[in-house]
Design a protein around this ligand. Sequence first.
Ligand SMILES: *Cc1c(COP(=O)(O)O)cnc(C)c1O
Length: 225
Amino acid sequence: MNVKNNLEKINNDIKNICQKSGRNFEDITLIAVTKYVGDERVKEAQEAGVHDFAENRAVNYIERKEKFLEATWHLIGSLQTRKVRDAINKVDYFHALDRESLAVEIEKRAEHVINCFVQVNTSGEESKHGLIPEAVLEFVKGLEKYPKIRVVGLMTMAPFLEDEATLRSCFRKLRELRDEIKGLCLEYAPCKFLSMGMSNDYEIAIEEGATHIRIGTALVGNELK
Ligand SMILES: *Cc1c(COP(=O)(O)O)cnc(C)c1O
């Protein structure tokens, strides 16, 4: 397990896929998901040149963000309404806006504009958070009421260990939705970004247009296993 080597491999992969699909390497943000590892690994990733990090639980997020101040931090897990007050003003990017009640609470507690990704359940799996694709457009339109929320993009989690065609269709669905929202030219919802792709499926996600890939195991490892 060597974070620097993993990073080199992943960056090479990203470069190759970008070249093949006519995209720019600079347009992909690699986010290191550190929920399975200790502080040493976070440090190692930082020293290897990773700038963006993510945690999926609010308490862990706050702790890490305070320890590693120079990094950009992404909160990628669903957020309970009662935890919004403690976490939201420390969030650089929030990837899991998935309901109106959460938007209301963010509006109430935020002291500045919060960069949010709207989470979409593209796979239809019941265990997954996120809005059904059919509900996303209306949801985003309704967010105009909340000036503290800026919709920078959409986020999805593809089903685990699915065949390539299924993964690809999940990612494609998210991209089509993103294009639709972007086309509305809403000031509060530029919706330029696509947060999709993890250790097992980031290559397909980039081919389908991912701008933010969230990688844990393949980059910093998993110490819980
Ligand atoms: C844990 C997690 C990841 C990273 O998963 P890996 O398979 O370890 O790369 C990405 N996104 C979310 C939302 C996660 O919770």
